[in-house]
Design a protein around this ligand. Structure first.
Ligand code: MSP
Length: 541
């Protein structure tokens, strides 16, 4: 039996199906995938959830433009998200769609509970509606932005409706207390401060429904308000519930509360304020952390449809075709906007990172070491204990390898736990880079000229190969296929999650005598190349 604290439930936003997937959706999902994979590697019982948010008004419009029903359009685009996520090698345990019965039934039951407790009530609402974002913009924000959407710049629409409301105001103090006493609840820190500042200005009750207007087909799409067929549940409320509905079954209940909801900065308010308060009203535990990353821009410019510079699936596919899936995942995972600033998808940076971390860092060190083992030891992993020049096992030329490796493992584990994915992967690749320095300092290729020094050469190559084995384990979550290839070449049986990471990564895992294969370069160097040409795009309908 796995202990409860060993469970790790991590989610991504569920994505609108009115449009095709692009780098933004792929990035958030990649972050969650890398974290989930690492936690599985550490022996945790992981559940990774992603999916699609399908009851948005824009789905009705997009479908109508193409002469389709909303569900036909949703099916098509949900499929596009699933294909994209398969292409990127994501390891999600489930893909929830808000049009599925398993979800809609649960949402009805949650709303019924909130109705019964008085947390949902019928009232009047007037406000500024942001059509693209499917949300009301508070009066002062609307005024500040000259009654245009703060996100898209399009004019806001004045809307008045009779609505069901959620009594958000009643939870202000409890929420504040929770955020204040759990510094890791909203991350990164700067986002937490933003949210705290805004909550302190006061929380107002929020609408959770929209009245059905028989003349407006858009209002007919969504989950009906239980007990009142003249209203439908507002898409954002419907969507947030997915995190709970997906695991609200006998066999999955154990996963709640989620350890982490990974989201983009654009949807922080819903996740950090409305969602926790709804959970409190339902008497459910709160998630461990809401992590809001920033945005990708491209070659220094904001991405937009009108500029035609969006990194969408054809562009990502061109990168995957040219540099490989793992290289693309590595770039996104290490250079992505996990902090409070946006990150730039620049081709030159891609090449720089690819060469530094993968071609030179891990790949070249692995080639050098395996070539020397082939040359001097017939491809059999040398036995480091045959050399008696080392003061203790694994210590040589100023490198205390077991200590260096252990500290890299602990460092990576701490950072992955904090969702500092770039920091964790840097700890891993730094270990691989040290191997290069060690070979440079000890020059085994020179020592090998003297047959008497072969035991020392063997020890050096063992240390180097073993450090690379451990470094690659720590990189596995980002670049699984390449690491599995490397482990196989190094004669290791590698079953992620079969043993706790600390055991897998303990110094001495390589077996002397095992066959070490030379093979081609794991990551061939990329030099002075142009970006892959912009692929032709198929029509979206
Ligand atoms: N359906 C809502 C979320 C409901 S969750 C209960 C939604 N969907 S979305 O399709 O618009 O996806 C939004 C998410 O995509 C952002 O939160 C972010 O995770 C990601 N990104 C969209 N554009 C992005 C970038 N340019 N860069 C990085 N991620 C961005 O909002």
């Amino acid at each position: 039996m796995t202990e409860p604290q060993q469970r790790y439930y991590i989610t991504t936003p569920i994505y609108y199906v009115n449009d095709r997937p692009h780098i933004g959706h792929c990035y958030t999902t990649l972050v969650a995938d890398v974290a989930a994979r690492f936690m599985r590697l550490s022996g945790r019982d992981v559940f990774l959830l992603t999916g699609t948010d399908e009851h948005a008004e824009r789905v009705v419009e997009a479908a109508a433009e193409r002469g389709l029903t909303p569900i036909q359009w949703a099916d098509r685009n949900a499929g596009a998200f699933e294909d994209a996520f398969r292409l990127l090698g994501f390891s999600n345990d489930d893909f929830i769609r808000t049009t599925q019965k398993r979800h809609t039934e649960k949402v009805e039951s949650y709303i019924r509970r909130l109705n019964d407790s008085g947390d949902v009530y019928l009232g009047d609402y007037q406000g500024w509606w942001d059509h693209t974002q499917e949300e009301y913009v508070p009066e002062n924000t609307a005024r500040e932005h000259d009654f245009k959407s703060p996100i898209t710049g399009k004019p806001l629409e004045r809307r008045q409706e009779k609505n069901y409301f959620f009594r958000l105001s009643a939870y202000q103090d409890r929420l504040l207390k929770h955020i204040e006493s759990n510094p890791g609840f909203i991350r990164p820190e700067s986002r937490r401060n933003e949210v705290l500042g805004r909550i302190r200005t006061g929380l107002q009750d929020v609408p959770v429904s929209r009245a059905v207007d028989p003349d407006d087909p858009k209002s007919g799409w969504g989950i009906l308000m239980p007990g009142d067929e003249s209203h439908r549940i507002y898409v954002w409320i419907d969507a947030l519930f997915n995190y709970l509905s997906a695991v609200d079954t006998d066999d999955r209940r154990k996963y709640w509360p989620a350890q982490a909801h990974v989201i983009g900065k654009d949807i922080l308010w819903f996740h950090a304020v409305i969602w926790p308060c709804m959970l409190m009203a339902l008497g459910e535990k709160l998630p461990g952390c809401i992590y809001a990353h920033s945005f990708w821009i491209r070659e220094g410019r904001k991405m937009s449809k009108s500029l035609g510079n969006f990194i969408d699936m054809p562009t990502l596919t061109a990168y995957i075709d040219r540099y490989g899936l793992d290289a693309t995942r590595w770039f996104l995972a290490t250079q992505g906007p996990m902090g409070a600033t946006d990150a730039d998808f620049a081709h030159a940076k891609f090449i720089e990172v690819y060469n530094a971390d993968l071609a030179n860092g891990l790949g070249n060190a692995a080639s050098r070491v395996s070539n020397m083992i082939a040359k001097y030891f017939d491809g059999a992993c040398p036995d480091p204990t045959r050399w008696h020049g080392s003061p203790s096992r694994g210590e040589h030329a100023g490198h205390d390898w077991p200590a260096i490796a252990t500290s890299a493992v602990e460092n990576a584990m701490t950072r992955f736990e904090a969702l500092d994915i770039p920091g964790a992967l840097e700890a891993a690749v730094a270990l691989a880079r040290r191997v290069d320095g060690y070979i440079h300092a000890t020059e085994p290729f020179k020592l090998a000229k003297d047959p008497e020094k072969l035991p020392e050469v063997g020890a050096i190559l063992y240390h180097a190969a073993e450090a690379l084995r451990i470094a690659s384990l720590l990189m596995w979550a980002a670049i699984p296929a390449k690491v599995e290839d490397l482990q196989r070449r190094f004669g290791c049986e590698f079953n992620p999650g079969a043993a706790p990471l600390r055991d897998l990564a303990a110094w001495g895992g390589l077996t002397p005598g095992a066959h070490i294969e030379k093979g081609d370069a794991l990551f061939p160097r990329a030099d002075g190349e142009e970006a892959p040409p912009e692929p032709a795009r198929a029509e979206t309908s």
